[in-house]
Design a protein around this ligand. Sequence first.
Ligand code: TYC
Length: 110
Amino acid sequence: MASDDRSNDDGRGTGVGVATRTRTRTKQPQPYKVLMLNDDYTPMEFVVLCLQRFFRMSLEDATRVMLHVHQKGVGVCGIFSYEVAETKVTQVMDFARSQQHPLQCTLEKA
Ligand code: TYC
């Protein structure tokens, strides 16, 4: 019917409509936490640099997260899709290994 707001009739009397309805039951991607683990050897400055470089943290936020990990043993760097989380873990681990630091970074379901 022409007066129905939900009609997709093109209004030009052609009887032609456009299919605009789409399914809304899409699934959100499962989020993943990237975790930084404490160790006794990696310099604090290096951890702060990683948090700034790979997680785009300010110096203040990076220092706060690094100290949390240093004191509690583990801390969250951020929450991402699986693909992004895995990329961040690889970037941190590759950089740490290249500088011969034993820093460990991992991911888990949020
Ligand atoms: N515990 C390290 C030190 O005393 C610092 C450190 C912090 C290492 C956080 C790893 O994820 C880490 N030098």
